[in-house]
Design a protein. Sequence first.
Length: 140
Amino acid sequence: MTSCEERADRLALVNAGLASSSDLIGCSDTEIAHVEENAGKRLPGSYLVFLRKFGKSAGRLMADVDVFYDSMIGLTDVAKEFVDSCERGTLCLPENAYVFAMGHSAAWIVFFHLGFGSGRPTCQSSRKIEERDGRRTKES
């Protein structure tokens, strides 16, 4: 991404009244490495761009979501426990899910399906439910 494209993204949030320029804070390379270490696999390039640009704050955009560093660290475990406790084994996250966003009320969970298909991480829709080992799996 060019610096011109990055400035345009930042300016769009500022012009929309969602953030001041000082509210837009990206992650350092060390912090991004920590996120990937937590995921256990390489994360999608588009998500890494998001982390570099807005990984710590995007102003009011997504302020009510656990999506920023470091609140997203450990979300996969939190989400799996939440789904297990609510669904009592009838619905589960895929084994290789990496949860990177969760609503504060835990009403929704967003994740990457790591290592899917060609071995590259892929973001999956949250509306698909399939059977796995007798348990329904809802993919987000």
